[in-house]
Design a protein around this ligand. Structure first.
Ligand code: GLP
Length: 247
């Protein structure tokens, strides 16, 4: 695992965006696995800026997002579809036909999971998968548990995740209790994984992910078994890691 120490959130975002831009430049038809949450916002801002100012060209890229809340329509402000539109898709030259996210308001959840897996097989493997990390070690919405799922599935969100993500919902608004998530199979077969983390709250889980046991109790620890993982994280998030591991 390559671990890049960034000075702060902005530096983390710029370095991680640089790796994505390099991927797109090297392979214009790249299949990019995209993530939501607060961590990737700076990356998307940087990519939009490079698209506008330097002509970074996404016209032939294809994207697959990791996850979506069950029950939310794409135009719901809390949906990940809406998040992607607002923060990236509306501002770069990605072809709308090439953007894929599990459909939160689908009528048949099982069929939606199978559809997404068929799509991942047809388009894949993912060239570069961007990941954040949940406070409990989840990636996408692959939550800690007795076992992990290789395929796209519908998951009951853990209390830790509900608490962490409640900030995105209005007070009194019912937060979804379930989500669709890409499974570990598509993530582990991505050619390259880029995981980002920032802030002191992520320090303990980042150490567990990188230095702890590989365990389903910390889904991100599975990435220790992947051959091409780059972690870009800021000083605070890496504060509990031995200095010799850092670049
Ligand atoms: C959500 C998303 C994850 C994300 C995680 C961390 O649960 N499903 O993909 O990595 O939150 O979010 P944040 O970056 O806001 O800490």
């Amino acid at each position: 695992m390559r671990i890049i120490l960034a000075a702060d959130y902005q530096d983390m975002s710029r370095r991680a965006a640089g790796l994505i831009a390099a991927q797109v430049a090297q392979k214009p038809t790249s299949l990019l696995g995209l993530a939501t949450g607060s961590s990737p916002l700076g990356i998307y801002r940087q990519l939009v800026a490079w698209h506008r100012e330097e002509g970074l060209d996404f016209s032939r890229c294809r994207t697959v997002n990791l996850d979506e809340y069950v029950g939310l329509t794409p135009d719901s402000p809390q949906s990940y579809a809406y998040f992607m539109q607002q923060n990236l898709f509306d501002h770069v030259n990605l072809d709308p036909r090439n953007l894929h996210i599990p459909q939160g308001d689908c009528a048949d959840p099982l069929e939606e999971c199978r559809r997404y897996d068929r799509l991942l097989t047809q388009l894949g493997p993912i060239d570069l998968q961007l990941l954040g990390i949940g406070l409990n070690g989840h990636i996408g919405f692959n939550e800690p548990g007795e076992s992990l799922n290789a395929d796209t599935h519908c998951v009951a969100l853990s209390q830790s995740t509900m608490d962490a993500n409640a900030r995105f919902f209005d007070p009194g608004q019912q937060m979804p209790t379930h989500a669709y998530t890409m499974g570990l199979g598509a993530i582990m077969t991505a050619k390259r994984v880029l995981l980002i983390a920032s802030g002191a709250a992520k320090a303990d889980i980042l150490r567990e992910m990188i230095c702890g046991k590989v365990t389903t109790a910390v889904p991100a620890s599975l990435l220790q078994l992947h051959r091409n993982v780059t972690v870009v994280a800021d000083r605070e998030a890496l504060s509990r890691l031995p200095a010799e591991l850092l670049e």
